[in-house]
Design a protein around this ligand. Structure first.
Ligand SMILES: *Cc1c(COP(=O)(O)O)cnc(C)c1O
Length: 371
């Protein structure tokens, strides 16, 4: 029975095994398996070109780029950020001894509300850390004008924004630095992996030192860097996956369009608006459940789907501000974050990936048929 197959919110994009094997043979021949090898350098170049960004430095996961970005820019004190994200966003501040200051999000995009930023600035504020949540671009112009006015740095967590463009320009070019995650659950993956996107060669050089213990040559260490070097095996995997990602995004788009066509007419379900001029990556398909109008709560829907082997995800529930590390901060109070709290309790992300069949999609949609 079709009903038995397990549908998950995501499924990793994986290269052809024969091609992977062929490239592994080259690595075996060269005996160069990590430390800025040929394939590492090739993947950095190919990614920068694919993403339309000037410079990029590969990392071994998507959390260390965030941690390193704050170190690279010597950020201290307080940083304004969003509670509506994966916990790694805020953890990167904690690892740098920086105090997170949470501001609310816009209901239309789930991104940091720029009109909330100014009131959160104190003499200790040094930077802003927004997230392009679900790959929906932040209001980068509004954020830039506030940052410029107060002399703040902007670091974007672009973990969801692989390939997202606005008017032909990558959203990863906004801000001082942007970070990416290439974790298995993301649109594009290197199993584990990530990157920092930067504007100039000097910054890339510094960040390349920082991800290699701070080594700037054989005997010189310029800073207390970390070890976050991407190895050759995952670089090869990444090179092959990059050749598949356009077609994976096209498949995701077809699924998203089918969902949208049906769900836009369902009482009690609201969707996030699509805006012209934006090239989306269809990384997630979040819906908002209005329990009164829909006739059941988001959590009830989530549980009923699970009983039928369909695993949606309640991204982002609980909010980061509900975890014990951050709960006691003044800015974490529910009164300060009404939109974030409401969305955390009403959003469900539906299965969305490149290998869903038409039948899978209809199985998901059957939960929204007229009852
Ligand atoms: C996945 C993710 C990260 C962390 O990436 P890892 O590669 O899992 O370390 C950071 N921020 C956001 C918003 C993410 O979704």
């Amino acid at each position: 029975m079709q009903e038995e197959t397990r549908l998950t919110v995501t499924s990793p994009l994986m290269p052809d095994l024969d091609e992977f094997h062929e490239m592994l043979q080259e690595i075996w021949k060269s005996r160069w398996i990590t430390n800025n090898g040929t394939f590492h350098r090739q993947l950095e170049k190919e990614l920068a070109s694919y993403l339309k960004v000037p410079y990029l430095s590969l990392f071994t996961n998507g959390t260390l780029p965030l941690i390193t970005a704050f170190q690279a820019l010597r950020i201290t004190g307080e940083v304004i950020t969003t509670p509506y994200s994966f916990v790694a966003t805020t953890h990167s501040l904690w690892w740098n001894g920086i105090k997170p200051v949470f501001v609310d999000i816009e209901e239309s995009s789930c991104n940091m509300d720029p009109s909330m930023i100014e009131a959160a600035i104190t003499p200790k504020t040094t930077a802003i850390l927004p997230v392009h949540c679900y790959g929906f671009p932040c209001d980068v112009d509004a954020i830039k004008s506030i940052a410029d006015k107060y002399g703040l740095k902007v670091i974007y967590d672009g973990a969801h924004a692989f390939g997202v463009e606005k008017n032909g320009d990558s959203v990863l070019n906004a801000g001082d630095l942007s970070t990416l995650s290439f974790h298995a659950t993301k649109v594009y993956n290197t199993i584990e992996g990530g990157a920092i996107v930067m504007h100039d060669k000097e910054t890339k050089k510094r960040i390349d030192y920082l991800k290699n213990f701070g080594f700037a040559g054989e005997t010189e260490v310029v800073a207390p860097g970390i070890n976050s070097k991407m190895d050759e095996i995952r670089s090869v995997y990444g090179i092959l996956n990059l050749r598949l990602v356009d077609s994976a995004i096209a498949s995701r788009r077809r699924v998203a369009e089918r969902y949208r066509a049906v769900l836009k007419n369902v009482e009690g379900i609201s969707l996030f608006e699509k805006f012209p001029g934006i090239k989306y990556n269809y990384s997630y398909f979040p819906i908002m459940v209005d329990s009164e109008k829909f006739g059941k709560t988001r959590d009830r829907l989530y549980e009923e789907m699970k009983e039928k082997n369909i695993y949606g995800r309640r991204y982002f529930y609980p909010l980061i501000t509900h975890f014990s590390t951050y709960r006691s901060l003044e800015s974490a109070k529910i009164d300060n974050l009404p939109n974030a709290n409401r969305l955390a309790n009403s959003v469900l992300c539906l299965p969305l990936h490149h290998s869903l069949s038409d039948n899978d999609v209809e199985r998901v949609l059957s939960f929204f048929e007229k009852r």
